[in-house]
Ligand binder design. Structure first.
Ligand SMILES: Cc1cc2nc3c(=O)[nH]c(=O)nc-3n(C[C@H](O)[C@H](O)[C@H](O)COP(=O)(O)OP(=O)(O)OC[C@H]3O[C@@H](n4cnc5c(N)ncnc54)[C@H](O)[C@@H]3O)c2cc1C
Length: 475
């Protein structure tokens, strides 16, 4: 008889895993999703005549299986999958700069005294670090060493504190390699003095995007899963995952007030690692529970402002680096794909982070919309008078917070999950990562491949975890 596999979460990772299991194996696959739609954070919604993502979601391209999977979903109508290059900027001290930063532009636009100060501080810090072994204990020390104090503060420090609502001295240095890519100040300085240096582009500069919004990709993947006999149960929240004698045994979910339990051979969880700990029955021993509880998240509020204008700029995203802005990032989805808009209007998605349940989280929609309008009045290219509508969406625990020692908490939590045979925690949420959709799809496909191996009980998840859970060894 074919084995039963319950996949929790129909986001990119869960859908990719279910797809791989059904495409190549003979399993009974049941996907359980608490939302009323598939795609997780990669989903979209309709508002007025627009299709909006939860923050525009471009599927980054770097070849390999995840990209082929996406392209294959559109093999009969390739015209509905568009490609592009990212246009990202930062807005700093009333000026826009291309991101990654370009040496010529920075020194042309920065005040000369500031440029000199940045260079002097960088040289001084480099000498200090060469002479004295200063342990890189947190993100602030990492940033000061890498960029010098002023540039670090202007370009990364203030913004990081604004987004993560945490002092950078309390953020792990391991946050840096996970988040800051494609910008090396030493290469930047070498370029300035024309002694070499390259500006390496992050791989996520090129992307694919469905004309019907990001969710279309996941709707198509879900249809394939159902065609192959998989079940997708929406609006269903997991109440517990039980294990017996060290082996995963049963998953119970609640739907429309009714409890349903499924006896299962394997459970693939793609939900927040910290939350998974709360769902296990019997509950983890005190030490393990403590580490699950210590995993912290930051929540996201997106205010969508509709403007009565064809478009505001050519940029896909721009970051509001100055502390004077409440919001972190502004995206204009129309520049990724104009087909998601049926009128001559555009929508700016404005992202604001907070802690779940704090003052910002509990603020009313009108107040948040006014805050967003206040921020745009400080940006000369946007005319706040053109706002013709607004809607607010809230996403609890959208980002994993790399607070100091987070790696120990995640490592021990994962070790506990791994001690339960047949239970795997995967995906961005499941492994406490900072990754993108590409990586979550890849992780979903790979865990599917592992389960396809003949003697599943003997496989160790070690190689898998070693590949993705890099924060345990890095730095
Ligand atoms: C604002 C923003 C913009 C982004 N932009 C991009 C971008 O442009 N490109 C890109 O590649 N990536 C982007 N990302 C990252 C991308 O969203 C994630 O990498 C991706 O969604 C992770 O997929 P996942 O399947 O691991 O997790 P998720 O997408 O979070 O999916 C997890 C699923 O589990 C479900 N779930 C949770 N708890 C339960 C429960 N108890 N019971 C049942 N179901 C449950 C959730 O509802 C969700 O559907 C962005 C993220 C954000 C927040």
């Amino acid at each position: 008889m074919s084995k039963t596999i319950v996949v929790i979460g129909a986001g990119p990772a869960g859908l990719a895993c279910a797809h791989r299991l059904l495409e190549r194996g003979d399993f009974k696959v049941i996907l359980i999703e608490k939302a009323s739609f598939v795609g997780g954070l990669g989903g979209s919604f309709n508002w007025k005549e627009h299709i909006l993502d939860f923050g525009p979601h471009a599927f980054h391209t770097k070849g390999g299986e995840p990209e082929s999977l996406v392209r294959n979903l559109f093999k009969d109508d390739p015209e509905n999958l568009i490609m592009g290059r990212k246009k990202v900027s930062v807005y700093l001290r009333s000026k826009f700069y291309k991101y990654p930063l370009q040496v010529g532009e920075v020194f042309r636009k920065f005040n000369p005294l500031l440029s000199i100060r940045i260079l002097v501080e960088f040289i001084f810090t480099s000498i200090v670090h060469a002479l004295v072994a200063i342990p890189i204990e947190n993100f602030e020390i990492w940033g000061n060493k890498r960029f010098g104090r002023k540039l670090y503060r202007l370009g990364f420090g203030d913004y990081t504190e604004k987004v993560w609502k945490t002092k950078t001295s309390d953020i792990s240095a391991k946050f840096a390699p996970a988040k800051i890519q494609g910008f090396s100040f030493i290469h930047f300085v070498k370029k300035l003095f024309k002694i070499g240096g390259e500006v390496t582009e992050p791989y996520f500069q090129t992307w694919l995007y469905p004309k019907m919004g990001s969710a279309e990709l996941y709707r198509r993947l879900a249809s394939k899963i159902e065609e192959k006999g998989g079940s997708i149960i929406l609006d269903a929240e997991i109440s517990y995952i039980s294990h017996n004698n060290g082996k995963a045994e049963c998953v119970e979910y609640t739907r429309n007030g009714e409890k349903v339990s499924i006896k299962t051979d394997y459970v693939i969880s793609t939900i927040h690692l910290g939350h998974l700990g709360n769902l296990l029955v019997p509950e983890p021993p005190f030490i393990a529970s403590h580490h699950f509880q210590k995993l912290k998240y930051i929540s996201l509020i997106v205010v969508y402002l509709e403007l009565n204008i064809d478009k505001v700029s050519d940029m896909h995203w721009f970051y509001l680096l100055d502390k004077s802005f409440q919001f972190n990032r502004v995206a204009e989805q129309k520049n990724l794909c104009k087909d998601t808009f049926k009128s001559n209007k555009t929508v700016l998605s404005m992202e604001l982070t907070c802690r779940h349940g704090d003052e910002l989280w509990n603020m009313g929609d009108e107040e948040l919309i006014n805050m967003a309008k206040e921020d745009i009045t400080k940006i000369p290219i946007i005319d706040a008078g053109l706002v013709s509508g607004a809607i607010v969406k809230r996403f609890p625990n959208a980002y994993e917070l790399y607070y100091k020692n987070f790696d120990k908490h995640a490592d021990i939590s994962l070790a506990y999950v791994n001690s339960i045979e047949g239970l795997f925690s995967v995906g961005r949420r499941g492994l406490f990562l900072q990754g993108d959709q590409y990586q979550s799809v890849e992780m979903g496909l790979e865990i599917g491949n592992i389960l396809l191996q003949k003697d599943i009980t003997d496989i160790s998840a070690n190689e898998y975890y070693k590949k993705y859970v890099r924060y345990v060894d890095e730095i």
